[in-house]
Design a protein around this ligand. Structure first.
Ligand SMILES: Cc1cc2nc3c(=O)[nH]c(=O)nc-3n(C[C@H](O)[C@H](O)[C@H](O)COP(=O)(O)O)c2cc1C
Length: 204
């Protein structure tokens, strides 16, 4: 689902062979809440978004995606709230997984507003970017009814873990932030859907 008229910024192709093994990333992963005062490159941001929800190998049901989805209903959208992102710069972006590109939705640096809406969690201002996982429950409840809600939350967990592990492997720092004011965050982002997790990411 694209956003009419939004500027599309292609991201560098994701790298499929990193220097850190998946086992090493699992072993060393922790929530990291402090970041160096440095921005992220489009390659780093693109690699994280790809790991969260990018396209995978061709499977039986077409192209697979990085995280599993109940009935391949894919209820989650990924946004990037950038303050310090080389190239595209500050703003709010939607990740277009088909094109592996960013769509610019807002020009402003939303980090301070997001931190205030998250019980003042400072690390959201300090991190150069935050990945935001937003749920569209109807895509999954449309098929599974009430049970769909739990599936959507399970999926957010998978996506979040992928972001943790990819960040770990890239030498980046991240933490899942679930403590925020739902209404306030939704208003700041001005997007459809329900924000479930904010993941500030930076250099460690
Ligand atoms: C659903 C969820 C919500 C979380 N929300 C926050 C949060 O709002 N702020 C925060 O600092 N950490 C948050 N965390 C991170 C946990 O505090 C952290 O995972 C836990 O202390 C275990 O530490 P570890 O991740 O380093 O293993 C959250 C984690 C999860 C899974």
């Amino acid at each position: 689902m694209g956003t009419e008229g939004a500027i599309k910024i292609p991201l560098p192709r994701p790298v499929l062979k990193g220097r850190v093994s998946v086992e090493e990333a699992i072993y060393s992963r922790i929530s990291r809440r402090s970041f160096r005062d440095r921005g992220l490159t489009p390659a780093q941001a693109g690699q994280l978004l790809w790991a969260a929800g990018g396209p995978g190998a061709a499977g039986a049901a077409g192209v697979s995606r990085a995280a599993p989805s109940a009935g391949a209903t894919y209820p989650l959208e990924l946004y990037l709230a950038a303050g310090d992102l080389e190239g595209p710069g500050a703003g709010l972006y939607r990740y277009d997984f088909r094109a592996h590109a960013l769509e610019k939705l807002q020009q402003n640096d939303l980090r301070l507003a997001l931190a205030r809406a998250s019980l003042g969690q400072e690390m959201i201002v300090q991190a150069p970017v935050s990945v935001i996982i937003v749920a569209h429950y109807e895509r999954t409840t449309g098929r599974y009814g009430e049970r769909g809600y739990r599936y959507v939350h399970m999926e957010a967990g998978s996506v979040s873990e992928n972001i943790y592990l990819q960040a770990e492997a890239l030498g980046l720092a991240t933490v899942a932030v679930g403590a925020f004011d739902d209404v306030a965050v939704k208003k700041i982002l001005a997007v459809d859907g329900a924000p479930l997790l904010l993941m500030p990411v930076g250099i460690r």
